[in-house]
Design a protein. Structure first.
Length: 189
């Protein structure tokens, strides 16, 4: 595997353009609340692994956030295992793959959860506020909301991709990590 290593110091800036909305909102929520529930840790953790964050960096990333609201001891006992598990270092030692859009869209999402696909699981007015808050072009926001209401979640995601990159590609998005890779290709040229 020749994939480049992504340092956690670059996640804030990467999240703005190269993360699809499902991952951007998890990243934002983690920074804001210094915590994510299990579904969010799993979805975001596997995505991070997929983009090239090492296990050591991943542990450091979650530790730095979680220990803002809990003891290091509690983090190590209750959460570090799951981070290592995502990397296949615990339990059945499977090499878990990052989730596809289909998998994420079909997730069950409860109150207080931030995982899932925002086009599928967010209230439309919240989605609209979020996109406006990110400074997206008003016409693009309306387009995204329109296709979302029709249930075309991955088309909405593709329109979001175009809006944040100021381009008109109309990619078919079927995986958050594909979104990331296509974005990096565009940005790095
Ligand atoms: Fe994430 Fe896929 Fe939903 Fe886009 S369509 S926000 S990549 S789950």
């Amino acid at each position: 595997d020749t994939k480049a290593v992504v340092p956690i110091e670059s996640l804030d800036s990467l999240s703005v353009k190269s993360f699809p909305l499902c991952m951007r909102q998890l990243h934002d929520q983690l920074r804001l609340a210094h915590h994510l529930k299990h579904g969010g840790r799993l979805q975001y953790g596997l995505f991070m692994k997929g983009i090239g964050v090492t296990l050591e960096d991943s542990l450091r990333f979650w530790r730095e956030e979680f220990t803002k609201i809990m003891d290091l001891d509690k983090f190590e006992k209750q959460y570090a295992y799951n981070v290592r598990y995502n990397y296949g270092k615990e339990g059945s030692k499977k090499n878990y793959s990052p989730f596809s859009c289909l998998r994420i869209i079909n997730e069950t999402v409860g109150p207080g959860d931030c995982h899932g696909c925002p086009y599928r699981h967010c209230d439309v007015s919240n989605l609209k506020n979020k996109l406006q808050g990110y400074g997206l072009d008003p016409q693009a926001v309306n387009d995204i909301v329109d296709v979302t209401k029709k249930g075309h979640y991955q088309v909405a995601c593709s329109k979001y991709f175009d809006a944040v990159h100021s381009i008109d590609l109309g990619l078919g998005i079927n995986h958050p990590n594909q979104f990331f890779e296509e974005s990096q290709k565009l940005i790095k040229g």
